[in-house]
Design a protein around this ligand. Structure first.
Ligand SMILES: [Zn+2]
Length: 459
C-alpha cells in the first residue's frame, strides 16, 4: 500500500507524494523552553518520530526541522499576559537565557531517551530575529498589518481564507467576543511584533523598524520554515492544540507573504489524557519523563505505551497501562534476544507491516502484527531478521537490547554453594532441600556442564 496520511487542512486521508524528488521537508513545532516537557507533549514528538521513520521506511530522505521557542510565547494565546520565558526565569531565579538553555538541554535529553531521531535542523527563535523582522516587513508591504500602542498586528479580516485550517467561525467569534480585545480590530488578529514596555527593560529584546521589542510567537515558525524548507513544503505537524491559533496564524502569515498554505500536508497528534480520578493522589504532579524513570520505568516503555493508540485517537494514561506496556516490551525484548543471530528477512511480512504503517501510521496494528510474527512458524533467526526491519519504525532498539546481569542475593548464593557441596557428597535429600529453599526465595537453579546457574523465577 502507498503511504496515506490524514491531512487536517483538507480533513481527508490523502496519498502522500513528495513535492520534490530529493527530500521530504517536514517541520514540527518544538517546545517552548520555559519548563520541562510533560509526557503529554512527548506523545506529540513520538507521533512525529513515527511519521519520520515511516517516511524513511518508504525510502524517502527526510529533512526534519524543529524549532525551539525561546522568546515571545505569551501566557495567553490572545497576545496578552507575560512572556513565558521571562516568567519562568523569574520563578527559577535565573535569566531568561539561562533557563532557555537549561530546558533546551533537558528536552534534547528526553528526546534521546525516547529514541526519537534528532531533527536534521534545530532552530532557535532568538537566532532568527533578522528573518522574523524581514518576514514581518514582507507582510507589511502586502498590506496585512496595523499598529497599536503595544505592537504590530496582523489584520486577519484582510485574508479571505483566514481560519480555514481550523474551520473557524469568524462571524461567531466576532459576535461572541466578550473579552476585551484592547486595541485589536478583531479577536482573531494577532501580534507580529510586540514593543517592550516603556517603563521596563526586558531581558530579551531587539531593535526593529517599529521600535524595541520582541517577535510574536507565530512568526518564528513561518520565518524559519521558509528559511530551511522553502515557501511551500511537504508536511507541517504538531499537537492538536495548535490547530485553532498557532497553525492558523502561521498559515495566515505565509499566505499573506507568499500566497501558499505553507505545507502540502498538515498533521496533528492528539493529546494524552491523564486519568483524573486514578491520578488524583498525585494531583498537581507534573508528569515528565524523569518522573517515570524515577519510578523505575524504562523510557522506551512509555514509547511502547504510546503505540497502543493511533495518533489521532485519545490515549488515556494510567500507571496500570504503563505497567502493562513495560511488561509487554520486556517480553518482546527477551524473545528477540533469545532468537540469537538474525537470519533471512521475510519480505512478505515486511510488506504486511508496511501496509499497516502506511495506513496513516497505524501503530496499534503494526504492533499486533509484530506479536503475530513472534508466534509464526518462521525460524527464530528469520523472525529476528524480520523484526529488526519492523524496528526501523518501532524504534525500540530491539537488536541492541541485552538482559541485565542479574544480581543474586548473597544468601541465595550461599544456599547454592551448600547444595553443590551436598551434591558432591551425593547427599541427594539435602541437595533437594536446599534447592527447595532457593525456590522459596524466588530463584531457580539450572544445572549445566559449566556448573549451576541461578536465575530469578519467571512469572
Ligand atoms: Zn509553530
Amino acid at each position: 500500500m502507498k503511504l496515506r496520511l490524514y491531512d487536517t487542512y483538507t480533513r481527508s486521508l490523502r496519498e502522500f507524494e513528495p513535492l520534490r524528488s530529493d527530500y521530504v521537508g517536514m517541520y514540527a513545532c518544538g517546545p517552548t523552553v520555559y519548563d520541562y516537557a510533560h509526557i503529554g507533549n512527548l506523545r506529540t514528538y513520538l507521533f512525529e518520530d513515527f511519521l519520520r521513520r515511516t517516511l524513511e521506511f518508504n525510502g524517502y530522505t527526510v529533512k526534519h526541522v524543529v524549532n525551539i521557542t525561546d522568546v515571545g510565547h505569551l501566557t495567553s494565546d490572545a497576545d496578552t499576559g507575560e512572556d513565558k520565558m521571562e516568567k519562568g526565569a523569574r520563578k527559577a531565579g535565573k535569566t531568561a537565557w539561562e533557563i532557555a538553555e537549561m530546558y533546551t538541554q533537558a528536552f534534547k535529553e528526553d528526546i534521546r531517551r525516547l529514541n526519537i531521531k534528532e531533527p536534521t535542523i534545530w532552530c532557535k527563535a532568538t537566532d532568527h530575529i533578522k528573518e522574523q523582522i524581514e518576514f514581518i516587513q514582507c507582510i507589511e508591504r502586502k498590506g496585512f498589518t496595523y499598529r497599536t500602542s503595544d505592537g504590530i498586528y496582523f489584520d486577519t479580516s484582510k485574508l479571505k481564507n483566514y481560519g480555514y485550517l481550523a474551520r473557524l467561525d469568524i462571524d461567531g467569534l466576532q459576535a461572541g467576543a466578550r473579552v476585551d480585545v484592547g486595541e485589536k480590530k478583531s479577536p482573531t488578529d494577532f501580534a507580529l511584533w510586540k514593543f517592550s514596555p516603556k517603563d521596563q527593560k526586558r531581558q530579551m529584546e531587539w531593535e526593529s523598524p517599529w521600535g524595541i521589542g520582541f517577535p510574536g510567537w507565530h512568526i518564528e515558525c513561518s520565518a524559519m520554515s521558509v528559511r530551511y524548507l522553502g515557501e511551500y513544503f511537504d508536511i507541517h505537524c504538531g499537537g492538536e492544540d495548535h490547530i485553532n491559533v498557532h497553525h492558523t496564524n502561521e498559515i495566515a502569515q505565509t499566505e499573506a507573504c507568499y500566497g501558499t498554505r505553507l505545507a502540502n500536508f498538515w498533521l496533528h497528534g492528539h493529546f494524552l489524557q491523564l486519568d483524573a480520578e486514578k491520578m488524583s493522589k498525585s494531583a498537581g504532579e507534573f508528569l515528565r519523563l524523569q518522573s517515570l524513570i524515577d519510578r523505575g520505568y524504562d523510557p522506551l516503555a512509555y514509547r511502547f505505551f504510546c503505540m497502543s493508540a493511533h495518533y489521532r485517537a485519545k490515549l488515556n494514561f494510567t500507571w496500570e497501562s504503563l505497567d502493562s506496556a513495560a511488561y509487554s516490551l520486556d517480553r518482546l525484548r527477551n524473545l528477540v534476544y533469545e532468537w540469537g543471530e538474525p537470519g533471512t528477512v521475510h519480505q512478505d511480512w515486511v510488506e504486511r507491516f508496511r501496509d499497516e504503517v502506511n495506513d496513516d501510521l497505524n501503530l496499534p496494528r503494526a504492533v499486533a502484527l509484530t506479536w503475530e510474527l513472534t508466534k509464526s512458524d518462521l525460524s527464530p533467526a528469520d523472525k529476528k531478521a524480520t523484526i529488526l526491519i519492523f524496528d526501523q519504525v518501532l524504534g525500540l532498539s530491539l537488536g541492541d537490547w541485552e538482559p541485565k546481569e542479574e544480581v543474586i542475593p548473597p544468601q541465595v548464593l550461599e544456599l547454592v554453594e551448600k547444595r553443590q557441596q551436598a551434591r558432591q557428597q551425593r547427599n541427594w535429600p539435602e541437595a533437594d532441600a536446599l534447592r527447595a529453599k532457593v525456590g522459596e526465595l524466588g530463584y531457580e537453579i539450572e544445572d549445566t556442564p559449566q556448573g549451576p546457574k541461578v536465575k530469578r523465577k519467571k512469572g
